[in-house]
Design a protein around this ligand. Structure first.
Ligand SMILES: Cc1cc2nc3c(=O)[nH]c(=O)nc-3n(C[C@H](O)[C@H](O)[C@H](O)COP(=O)(O)O)c2cc1C
Length: 213
């Protein structure tokens, strides 16, 4: 499996053999990747899984403890109800939309049992720069994907039109002054999704040295 391969590479390259207690976590992190929406299945998450998912997801660095993010859960029947509202808005914005696409956003939300809208809500009046607050929201999205992986779930982080369009985001409950950081779709993996090429560490990691004088 690609997953074993990822770990093997990780262990071999630095010549580092982790203590056995750390191995499961390293394996999870080394194998974490998105799954296409078509590979997310049910059954829906239990209340206990949801509770654990969010307890893990909110362990996020947060300058000034402002909690500059929040999560909106879309699951069960809410998926079709929000999908229908998004379809109506999309049809209004795109009068020439072919009939075959009339329910595309309903189908989009129905694909995964759970979608979490990660909302960035920086406080412009706070002393903490807005950039720091926005980064914390991005970190919340990443923490959510890692938490999903830890629970054996698969996820995909998308923005697409509902995440970018202010009116669409408002239908999902996003308020003035807030921005969507991601629609994170979560479900049970139906198949093992292929990995994508990853950057080589040497292309993104450099070691600082003092400039020569
Ligand atoms: C903030 C953010 C927004 C994204 N929005 C989209 C999107 O709208 N459409 C898309 O095809 N992929 C989007 N992606 C990329 C997908 O999540 C993609 O599956 C992912 O980057 C694959 O990487 P991974 O396997 O490391 O998770 C987005 C990623 C991020 C971080």
């Amino acid at each position: 499996m690609a997953h074993e391969h990822a770990t093997a590479e990780l262990v071999r390259d630095p010549g580092f053999v982790p203590p056995p207690a750390l191995e499961p976590m390293i394996e999870r992190l080394a194998a974490r990747r998105s799954a296409p929406l078509r590979n997310l299945g049910g059954p829906a998450l239990t209340e206990e899984e949801l509770d654990l998912l969010f307890r893990l997801a909110l362990r996020v660095p947060d300058h000034g403890r402002l909690v500059p993010w929040r999560f909106i859960v879309i699951e069960g029947e809410a998926r079709a109800a929000l999908g229908a509202r998004l379809d109506q808005l999309y049809a209004r914005q795109n009068p020439d939309l072919p009939a075959a696409k009339a329910d595309m956003w309903t189908l989009y939300l129905m694909r995964a049992p759970l979608t979490v809208v990660v909302v960035s809500r920086p406080d412009p009046a706070a002393k903490v720069p807005e950039w720091n607050q926005q980064l914390s929201a991005g970190a919340a999205g990443m923490a959510l994907t890692v938490a999903a992986s830890a629970l054996g779930l698969a996820s995909q982080w998308l923005l697409k039109w509902p995440g970018r369009d202010r009116e669409a985001a408002a239908l999902a409950g996003v308020e003035a002054g807030e921005t969507v950081a991601g629609f994170i779709h979560i479900g049970r993996p139906t198949v093992d999704s292929p990995d994508r090429p990853r950057p080589d560490a040497t292309s993104v990691v450099s070691r600082w040295q003092p400039a020569e004088v």
